[in-house]
Design a protein around this ligand. Structure first.
Ligand code: ADP
Ligand code: MG
Length: 220
């Protein structure tokens, strides 16, 4: 039973005094390596907050989060930034590509941050671009791509660093249904090939239910 992620009584408040929002109220669950966990819930139920505290973009107000037994919630900023850089792939709802960089430069950016040798970065770029079928787009700029292509680039960028753990915040809701299915099939292949673990916020369960090992629902 190798849990890659464990949450214990995770609580997150926003604001202070009389205007406190309790976005997460004592959440506990764990995810095993290689599992695909889908999370659903109404708008405002705390899904994005949950991913943000797991990916250490935001801090918990109380509770514990462990990744491979290491207590994230006790780590200092320096250690956390290494964790984000080396272990985690974050795929956002809005693709978050940088408009002034080419597609290739966008994908390679996290590898540069990781100070990977140039040749290795180029190798990794081409391999991940091939997987995501964006090789033809590498010299273009984000505005020259369709929504589906941009999202594939966002996914390529997340995968380029070879993360073990992928968190996705409604990564496909903005895409056409046929492209959604393509992206999910690709996730499925990567899960098998690389043993990736996913935590996936799903807007529409129909596209992910066949690959979900577990489905969690968050209530307001
Ligand atoms: P979901 O992703 O499920 O729609 P969120 O996690 O974005 O929900 O939000 C959960 C609750 O926390 C909402 O009531 C939202 O208004 C509040 N919230 C989210 N982020 C912030 C923030 N940075 N500051 C204050 N309140 C926030
Ligand atoms: Mg959200």
């Amino acid at each position: 039973m190798d849990a890659i992620l464990e949450l214990k009584n995770v609580t997150k408040y926003y604001g202070s005094g009389s205007v406190v929002t309790k976005a997460l109220d004592g959440i506990s669950f764990s995810v095993r390596k290689g599992e695909f966990t889908a999370i659903m819930g109404a708008s405002g139920s705390g899904k994005s907050t949950l991913l943000n505290v797991i990916s250490t973009i935001d801090r918990v107000s109380a509770g514990e989060i462990r990744v491979e037994g290491r207590l994230l919630t006790a780590m200092k900023e320096k250690e956390l930034s290494l964790f984000r850089r080396d272990r985690l792939g974050f795929i956002f709802q809005e693709y978050n590509l940088l408009d002034t960089l080419t597609i290739g430069e966008n994908i390679v950016l996290p590898l540069n941050l990781k100070k990977l040798p140039y040749e290795k970065s180029v190798q990794e770029l081409h391999s991940v671009a091939k997987t995501l079928d964006v090789t033809e787009q590498l010299d273009k700029f984000p505005h020259e791509l369709s929504g589906g292509q941009r999202q594939r680039v966002g996914i390529a960028r997340a995968l380029a660093v070879s993360p073990e753990f992928i968190v996705c915040d409604e990564p496909i809701s903005a895409l056409d249904v046929s492209i959604q299915a393509q992206v999910i099939n690709m996730f499925e292949d990567l899960q098998e090939e690389m043993g990736l673990t996913y935590l996936f916020i799903a807007h529409d369960l129909s596209v992910v239910k066949h690959i979900s090992n577990r489905i969690g629902v968050m209530y307001l």
